[in-house]
Write a protein that binds this ligand. Structure first.
Ligand code: AGP
Length: 609
């Protein structure tokens, strides 16, 4: 999730592009760059790091010109570096491009272009675009762009300039957000509205597979097939602050709503319809490697550790390899039995958590192979692990992790299926069943987000409580732990999660009249057991909200409120069941007037021991 901007008009482009990028830096801050068309040439300035680093360079080397594009990067393909920074250009720097999204077939396109004699300088997926446009260019940048994007698969928002046609700024959109700001004698493009708000409140919201051709006095919109589109101007009434949150009140609720896309992106080019194999990026784990592995450790902290607990269940269930899951701060000091027959999986959104990093190093020192599951390209964990599997959740700003967690779950399923296929424990039939159900999760998550009223009502009833209890069995227990952590983190309610069968061995003594209990019952084979556990707490006066799949109506007879989840396989339930728990924590914190995005005593990345 990068931020792109563009300007065409009478004014100097650089200050306008920099201002716009500063409003989009929440989308990514690995590198930044601009390309300016001036006197028939394109001048580029780009570098690794925050926008401020680029501003320093532009102070030292000012660039003139009133047509330009800019970019702030969230790395997905190619580590953060000066070379991998956008804009990217063709060989003779007559075409430059900024991109937000993922080009899924970039490797195939790259091979083809190299066979035609094109040279590549970067590791990015984006660099194929300027070379493709160059290949089709015969004096008409609009036509060449249409031909080029017809070859591209994946998601993209593109800003394109061409020094041979300095009166045009091109924008193209498919699956990644892109708007056009309509000015007076000037026009703008941007990934999001905050970037153009200082100049105009009139925008065109480009739809999927649409392209805009901007001159300083006009904006024309076409489908990428070339059909003209008449589009209404949308007048923005939001203030800048809420615009950065896309109109949401907090980054956390915005990120909760970004989960359907994050789930889809993290499955992209790894799990594909009708394809009977998992593509695990560059991770080369052979059947022999797996045969030599006698233990898997999953090590992480906080929410990432909770994703690891789901990982243990699904890897043992699908690949039948023993898995131990550990909090990193304990793992690193308990002299764990690690050797060359050990596979370690470390999970970290930030990729910089000190305890997780130390656990990784301990594993490698003792000969283990380490797979890192992280959300930040080029982070320490990514760089030091043997292999890395990126979650593509995009930047997560709110301290309380939400979308990164569900993408970590998807990563656990992908690894479990990959290992299970490798050692033959997952049959074609079982693989297809789980694959097809996983590919439906984004849509089901979207549907679930529409069901917030029930949760808002429960939050409004119970936000005054000092204690809350979460219960579940099997995978539901792992998700209950995450639900309890969310509400602790942002609403400061003392919430505890228990394996439901464990209640009668002590914790049930804490249940009293009106105490809120959140019960998860998504595991078909454990459903009846969960019903009796719910009855146990109801008998002590608890006020219960339950989460179960549509169709399990019996649960409504023993619960005060029920949130029904779209039906999926029990093994995949955590991806859906956690979403209403995130919403419950969010609405409870809002009711209590807490600082949702920046809760007390917490940091987004814990880089100290
Ligand atoms: C989760 O909401 C918290 N921010 C925290 O528990 C977090 O999961 C933990 O600090 C691990 O962070 P990481 O995933 O960046 O390593």
């Amino acid at each position: 999730m990068c931020g792109i901007v563009g300007y065409i008009g009478p004014k100097k482009a650089v200050p306008i592009l920099i201002e716009g990028l500063s409003k989009l830096e929440y989308r990514g801050y690995d590198s930044a760059g601009v390309a300016i068309v001036n006197n028939g040439k394109i001048e580029i300035e780009k570098c690794k790091g925050r926008l401020s680093a680029l501003e320093e360079r532009l102070k030292a080397n000012p660039i003139d010109g009133s047509l330009g594009i800019g970019h702030t990067r969230w790395a997905t393909h190619g580590e953060p570096s000066d070379v991998n920074s956008h804009p990217h250009s063709n060989k003779d720097f007559t075409i430059s491009v900024v991109h937000n999204g993922i080009i899924e077939n970039y490797l195939k396109l790259k091979e083809w272009l190299i066979s035609l004699g094109y040279e590549f300088k970067t590791e990015t997926d984006t660099e194929v675009v300027p070379h493709l446009i160059d290949y089709f260019y015969d004096g008409d940048i609009v036509k060449a762009t249409m031909q080029a994007v017809s070859k591209i698969e994946g998601s993209y928002a593109l800003g394109i300039v061409c020094s041979k046609e300095p009166d045009k700024l091109i924008a193209v959109r498919k699956d990644s957000p892109l708007i056009v700001g309509k000015g007076n004698g000037e026009n703008f493009i941007a990934s999001d509205i905050p970037a153009v708000l200082p100049y105009t409140r009139d925008v065109y919201l480009l739809d999927n597979r649409e392209m805009a051709v901007l001159t300083k006095d006009n904006v024309e919109i076409y489908t990428i097939e070339g059909l003209k589109v008449n589009k209404e101007v949308f007048h923005v009434t939001w203030d800048a602050a809420s615009a950065e949150k896309g109109g949401y009140e907090h980054f956390m609720i915005k990120e909760i709503h970004e989960q359907p896309k994050a789930i889809k992106d993290t499955m992209t080019s790894r799990l594909m319809p009708g394809v009977d194999e998992i593509k695990l990026d560059d991770i080369k784990l052979t059947k022999e490697d797996l045969q030599n592995i006698n233990k898997i450790y999953i090590v992480a902290c906080g929410t990432a550790y909770h994703a690891g607990m789901v990982g243990k269940y699904v890897i043992e269930r699908l690949a039948k390899v023993p898995v131990e899951v550990d909090v990193a701060s304990e793992f690193r000091y308990r002299n764990p039995l690690i050797n060359k027959n050990t596979l370690m999986i470390v999970i970290s959104q930030s990729g910089e958590t000190a305890d997780t990093l130390a656990a990784l190093r301990l594993g490698k020192e003792n000969g283990a192979r380490v797979i890192a599951v992280t959300n930040v390209v080029g982070s320490s964990v990514a760089r030091e692990a043997t292999d890395v599997l990126y979650t593509w959740a995009g930047p997560e700003i709110a301290v309380a992790s939400t979308k990164a967690y569900v993408t970590q779950l998807i990563a656990m399923y992908i690894i479990a299926l990959y290992l299970g296929r490798l050692n033959g424990n997952v049959s074609d039939e079982e693989f297809r069943l789980i694959r097809d159900e996983m590919l439906k999760l984004p849509e089901k998550a979207e549907h679930l987000l529409e069901q917030k009223e029930t949760i808002q009502k429960f939050a409004a009833m119970h936000y005054v409580h000092k204690d809350m209890f979460y219960i579940g069995r099997g995978l539901d227990f792992a998700v209950a732990l995450e639900g309890a952590l969310k509400i602790k983190e942002i609403s400061y309610i003392h919430a505890e999660a228990y394996a439901a069968g464990e209640l009668k061995h002590g914790p049930i003594a804490l249940i009293d009249k009106g105490v809120p209990v959140i019960a998860l019952a998504t595991q078909d084979e454990l459903f009846e057991k969960m019903l009796s556990n719910i009855k146990e707490v109801v008998a002590r006066g608890a006020h219960v909200i339950s989460f179960a799949f549509e169709g399990n109506d019996d649960i409504s007879k023993v619960s005060d409120a029920v949130v029904y989840l779209p039906k999926t396989l029990s093994i995949l339930a955590p991806v859906l069941s956690v979403i209403p728990l995130q919403l419950l924590a969010y609405y409870t914190a809002v009711e209590r007037g807490c600082d949702v995005d920046k809760p007390r005593n917490l940091a987004k990345s814990v880089t100290v021991e």
